[in-house]
Design a protein around this ligand. Structure first.
Ligand code: ZN
Length: 401
């Protein structure tokens, strides 16, 4: 483990020093260097720039990205089925040209260089792919060592009931290293709420993994699924181990429906993840904060068949979230940052990095006066510190020693 003394960092408006050893912050203050007097260490001069917590990408698809490879051209598509078919076809073609581990690794390194400390990666599991994507992302993660905390969801992009063979593969994935079993719109995709929940919760129960759902269904049908999953999570004793992504049922929800869904997910300890992608609904993160619901932020698909956009940069994702929600005040801009930093950490079960003594040394150094300005400016971090090591400088990833 390395030790670092970061000098002249702006922490909440005060310029001070920060000592890091064995992956933790061991001293903060103008005399912090004294804590490393007997320890060989490197010094990083922040020169008055901000020190902020690094960020968590709570929902990303690193397995199907074209990142680092040739440009992908896309044809117009109409239905969800068009998208799903094109997605599977493109993935098979891309895997023939370059391994999943290479593309996933390139994207994760880029994300880390821009300030990501942890990712929850959804990897497609379907008969068209077998476990190839899971194996590729596991390999990419192992090659990156301690530079990022990676959790993997075995994700049935093509549905479970409508794509025979998927349930068996999900179970194999959960036994082969996935941390979560995924699900997708039990009604909208599979057409049978209880049957899909039986399969997903059954795999979780038998293998000990958590559950992370994609829920795109809107309106009352969407709300019914949110509540059914929350009730099932409580019944199965899975409080705190279930995540719901997108949850478009919140879009335009009546106050009574908002309250019913929020109470159900809060009581089940469920975290929600929003992605602020394009024109799709964004979770009402400020109302959810007031309702006591945990929310994290993710970047979703990056330059895959679903979208030509994306870069897995979480500072930019904070910007997009704040922009989409027409945020105005510094406090609300800062909350957009905090959702990605602290909401994501809590969702992934990581210690929050609040730059206090004892916190994980997961932080970045970036120009700006405060996090509200960073959310607007989207600067490239001058340094990214992960588990006590500098893992990136000026946007370049450095493999930790
Ligand atoms: Zn997704």
């Amino acid at each position: 483990m390395s030790a670092i003394c970061i000098t002249r960092a702006n922490i909440d408006g005060a310029v001070t020093d920060l000592a890091v050893r064995d992956g933790r912050i061991i001293a903060v203050g103008t005399d912090a260097a004294a804590a490393l007097a007997d320890t060989p260490h490197e010094t990083f001069d922040a020169a008055g720039d901000l020190a902020l917590p690094t960020l968590v990408d709570g929902h990303v698809h690193v397995d199907k990205t074209s990142w680092g490879g040739p440009w992908i051209s896309r044809e117009p598509m109409e239905t969800m089925l068009d998208f799903m078919t094109a997605d599977a076809d493109l993935q098979v073609r891309m895997r023939a040209q370059s391994p999943v581990a290479d593309r996933a690794g390139a994207l994760i390194r880029h994300a880390v260089s821009r300030g990501t400390r942890a990712m929850r990666a959804h990897v497609d599991v379907a008969p068209q792919h077998g476990l190839a994507n899971l194996e590729g992302v596991v390999q990419a993660g192992s090659e990156l060592g301690d530079a990022v905390d990676l959790q993997i969801v075995a994700f049935p992009q093509m549905g479970i009931l409508r794509e025979p063979g998927t349930a068996v593969l999900l179970r194999q994935a959960a036994e082969a290293g996935a941390d979560f079993v995924g699900g997708i719109d039990p009604i909208g995709i599979d057409g049978d709420l209880e049957a899909q929940l039986d399969l997903v919760f059954g795999i979780a129960r038998d293998t000990g993994v958590g559950i992370d759902y994609h829920l795109h269904d809107e309106g009352e049908v969407g709300a019914r699924q949110v509540i059914a999953i929350a009730e099932r999570a409580q019944r199965e004793g899975m409080e705190g181990r279930v995540t719901l992504g997108h949850v478009f049922a919140y879009e335009g929800a009546e106050p009574a429906t908002f309250d019913r869904m929020s109470r159900a997910v809060r009581d089940a300890g469920i975290a929600l993840v929003t992605v602020a992608l394009g024109g799709e609904p964004v979770l009402p993160v400020y109302a959810l904060r007031d309702a006591g619901v945990e929310v994290a932020l993710g970047s979703d698909g990056v330059r895959d068949s679903w979208s030509p956009f994306g870069n897995a940069e979480m500072i930019e994702r904070c910007h997009l979230l704040a922009y989409r929600l027409e945020v105005f005040t510094d406090a609300d801009l800062t909350h957009a940052y905090d959702i990605a930093a602290h909401g994501g950490a809590r969702m992934m079960g990581l210690d929050e990095s609040r730059l206090r003594v004892g916190d994980p040394a997961d932080l970045l150094i970036v120009p700006g006066a405060h996090s509200a300005q960073v959310v607007v400016d989207r600067p490239v971090p001058r340094a990214v510190v992960k588990a006590g090591s500098i893992v990136a400088r000026d946007g370049r990833f450095l493999l930790p020693a």
